[in-house]
Design a protein around this ligand. Structure first.
Ligand code: ATP
Ligand code: MG
Length: 652
């Protein structure tokens, strides 16, 4: 029997970039993209080697890509560098010295602006501080901070001295921190007394204490004083940032790093299981994040760029810190919630700072839609020229709203597919080139040899769903799972070991024009009476119904059909949640897709279990639908109370 994923969604709307956009874009035509793409695949050595010439190296490479130890890639093998010299020092010799690097806004409304020169100075001082605390090249430093400037500064200070940073999103539980500190054997933790979220303070130091008091691995805990939250300080271990941060600037010399030296560890969101300590190295990551930022966000010196992701996620690493700094961009960083003090906070930030490029997640876009257009309409957001999304497939409904209400039907939208593991964006429109289609990530970026294959690794015909694989190494690829080379090989490379393909774990389909649509995770495919359906498509269909704000669909064991379909639905304000409404929604899906796609269960919910990066944890919903107790690692779940309520109501 075929294992293809059945593709049911029909989406033919196409949106071309405007003439105004094309005229000023870095890449202006399909022909130009095709030529560059072709070269990047045929002669990666030349393509990436030429790009890498523009960076500051302490020593140039012997080889652009050494794949001898596959699947461990050695990009720019033999080179020596420090990434912070490329993020900061390099710009100081140009007009960017006095350009704003960071525009930071705290949730209570406090602000800080730093030029490239000032950011460089702060990073050097923080590097000196860490060195003074005994941190050496190769040591792991755990960073658990709110979205304050010290977060960006700490990350860069680690990179400056060659320490490996492991940033943990400042919303994780102490259990999650303890796991990660132990796994990384991190002797130093940087945290804060607390941070601001929805007008309240969150006591971070207390959460850290609950973790690190249980281990003697952590010898030093540096505490930023942010929110005046009560906390304890353990003598001999805990120390205030302000007490050790040098008052005077020092030109702290950047450590010499080999191209392969690990730059950071980042534990994945854990949507599908136990988080993995994804390891990225220095040179390839630098070249990859720089190049993707430049072309995908069409980054110019005149731009004000805002990525709403927390630095605790890969998006924050690559597109809030490294990628934009490598391009000398002006970065907006915001500490708090999108709905504080009111639902228009994001649009207020955009208006105030004249943001030109805005990058956020589908889950946020669906929330904005639910809150209503009036919050957007209060503000002049006409400075925007480019929009992006990342994290999940974006349903066409949300895409269209983003396009019309935020992008004024004028801004290109880049729907960027990538992963913690890929380090940088892999499949995406190019904003001056690609005609975009709602819900479609479109085409591979330079150097990305993406294919959609069947179980045997053979390419499936256009229009058929299959497994998304990457057939060639790319610069920003992960180099290991921390301390576990076997798991690294097993998880990503064992399925197609013979061919040497990277298994992304997502399903996808390509159309005859080469456009790739991501269908969600392979593990989430539901097999109903022999029809293999993507949860993403079923969810997109449900959300297209006027009463539905958000939906999650999972399969559960079913005697007759193999698997049945369970849908969890959040309704829009003003709609009822009756048994009749359930029937209406079931009929709606059956009508749109086919009778076989009619859900067996509809559950109305107040909230869905999500990771803190906003992804639906379908594995948890599967347990509920099957009537089982929820097991496994829940450390990354955002709202445990909502989950418990859902589980209780489903049992009734
Ligand atoms: P874990 O690997 O621990 O389960 P995770 O996969 O959620 O966690 P991330 O690396 O943050 O952790 O997420 C990458 C995944 O997010 C991709 O594999 C894909 O499923 C989804 N994704 C990201 N961007 C997009 C996009 N633009 N379109 C569709 N899916 C996307
Ligand atoms: Mg993943």
């Amino acid at each position: 029997m075929s294992n293809d994923i059945e593709v049911t969604m029909q989406e033919d709307r196409l949106f071309e970039p405007t003439f105004e956009f094309i005229e000023q874009a870095h890449i202006k035509s399909k022909g130009q993209y095709d030529a560059m793409y072709m070269e990047s695949i045929r002669s990666p050595e030349k393509f990436w080697g030429d790009i890498a010439e523009d960076f500051t190296w302490k020593k140039k490479w012997d080889q652009v890509i050494n794949w001898d130890d596959a699947p461990v890639a050695k990009w720019f093998d033999g080179a020596e560098l420090n990434i912070t010299e490329n993020c900061l020092d390099r710009h100081l010799e140009t007009e960017r010295r006095t350009k704003k690097a960071l525009i930071w806004e705290g949730e209570p409304g406090d602000t800080l602006e730093l030029t490239y020169e000032q950011l460089h100075d702060r990073v050097c001082r923080a590097a000196a501080m860490l060195r003074e605390q005994g941190v050496k090249k190769g040591d792991r430093v755990t960073i658990y901070l709110p979205m304050v400037p010290e977060l960006m500064i700490s990350v860069l200070a680690c990179a400056r001295i060659g320490a490996i940073h492991s940033v943990i999103f400042g919303g994780f539980s102490s259990g999650a921190i303890l796991d990660r500190v132990k796994d990384a054997e991190s002797a130093v933790v940087i945290t804060a007394d607390g941070g601001w979220r929805r007008g309240k303070t969150l006591g971070l130091k207390k959460i850290v204490d609950d973790a690190i008091n249980q281990t003697d691995i952590v010898k030093t805990c540096i505490v930023v004083q942010r929110a005046e939250v009560d906390h304890e300080m353990k003598s001999g271990r805990d120390i205030y940032w302000n007490d050790i941060y040098p008052a005077e600037g020092t030109a702290f010399e950047a450590e010499t790093m080999k191209s392969q030296d690990p730059l950071f560890l980042l534990y994945t969101s854990g949507s599908t299981g136990k988080p993995k300590g994804v390891q990225h190295s220095t040179a390839g990551y630098m070249v990859g994040t720089h190049t993707t930022t430049k072309y995908i966000f069409d980054m110019k010196d005149s731009d004000v760029y805002w990525c709403t992701a927390d630095v605790g996620w890969i998006t924050g690493h690559s597109y809030l810190v490294y990628g934009p700094l490598l391009n000398g961009a002006t970065i907006v960083m915001y500490e708090g919630a999108p709905n504080f003090p009111d639902f228009d906070r994001f649009w207020d930030v955009i208006e105030k700072h004249k943001v030109t490029i805005f990058y956020t997640a589908p889950t946020a876009i669906r929330a904005f839609m639910k809150w209503g257009n009036e919050h957007v309409e209060k503000h002049d957001i006409s400075s925007l020229r480019l929009l992006g999304t990342v994290g999940e497939p974006i349903n066409p409904e949300a895409w269209m709203w983003y396009h019309e209400k935020i992008g004024a039907s004028r801004c290109p939208i880049v729907d960027t597919w990538w992963q913690t593991e890929t380090g940088a964006i892999m499949i995406t429109p190019l904003p001056g080139v690609t005609s975009t289609r709602p819900g479609c990530a479109t085409t591979p970026f330079f150097g990305v040899d993406a294919a959609i294959v069947d179980e045997k690794g053979n390419e499936v015909p256009d229009g058929k769903g299959g497994l998304l694989v990457i057939r060639k190494p790319w610069p920003s690829m992960l180099t290991n799972i921390w301390g576990d080379l076997d798991r690294f090989k097993e998880v990503y490379w064992s399925r197609f070991a013979e061919q040497g393909y990277y298994l992304a774990g997502d399903g996808a389909v390509k159309d005859k024009n080469g456009y790739i649509t991501i269908l969600g995770r392979i593990d989430d495919v539901i097999n109903v009476s022999g029809h293999r359906l993507s949860t993403m498509e079923l969810e997109s269909c449900l959300v297209a119904h006027p009463s539905v704000a958000e939906a999650a669909v999972v399969g559960f064991e079913h005697d007759l059909k193999g698997e049945g379909i369970a849908a969890y639905v959040i309704v829009n304000n003003g709609f009822t949640q009756s048994e009749d409404d359930k029937v209406i929604l079931k009929k709606f899906i059956a009508g749109e897709i086919g009778a076989f796609a009619r859900p067996d269960q509809i559950h109305f919910a107040d909230a869905l279990p999500k990771t803190r990066s906003g992804k639906i944890m379908r594995r948890v919903l599967k347990e509920i639908a099957a009537g089982r107790d929820i097991e496994g690692d829940l450390s990354t779940i955002e709202d445990i109370a909502a989950l418990k309520k859902l589980a209780a109501s489903a049992k009734v």
